[in-house]
Design a protein around this ligand. Structure first.
Ligand code: NI
Length: 138
């Protein structure tokens, strides 16, 4: 593989054992792949902290019978239409809906949108999955 460099890492035996147990539980094929993922995770965290352009997924679970809530969620999403790439609505059962909102833009805008949606009264659960455009990652 081009540009593939090897380097040594010194670890206490106990820490290495814990790392091996962790990567086995998470189904990594080897230490190198697990290590790459840990590095990428930190780089993505840096992207978010630096306010870079990032991507993410917001999930919301709510009761659609609460009409004011549905209108409010729609109003908020229209205010952030430049940030929202796509929205998927899934009817979970008679009462509950799952909304998946794919977002791309400055980290601060995405965090603001996620916080605003999650804090609407009646939203049962909301999450923000913070990811990367992938441009800065190998
Ligand atoms: Ni629904």
């Amino acid at each position: 593989m081009p540009n593939l460099l090897r380097f040594g890492v010194s670890l206490e035996k106990k820490l290495l054992n814990e790392f091996d147990t962790l990567i086995k539980r998470k189904s990594y094929p080897n230490r190198s792949e697990a290590f790459r993922d840990l590095i990428r995770q930190e780089l993505v965290k840096e992207e978010w902290q630096a306010g870079a352009e990032v991507v993410g997924a917001i999930t919301l679970v709510y009761d659609h019978h609460k009409r004011e809530l549905v209108n409010k969620l729609t109003d908020i999403q229209h205010d952030f239409q430049g940030t929202i790439i796509s929205t998927q609505h899934i009817h979970l059962d008679h009462d509950n809906c799952l909304e998946l909102i794919a977002v791309k833009g400055p980290a601060a805008d995405i965090s603001k949108l996620a916080d605003t949606l999650k804090s609407v009264k009646g939203v049962k659960h909301g999450t923000l999955s913070m990811s990367s455009t992938g441009k800065g990652l190998k």
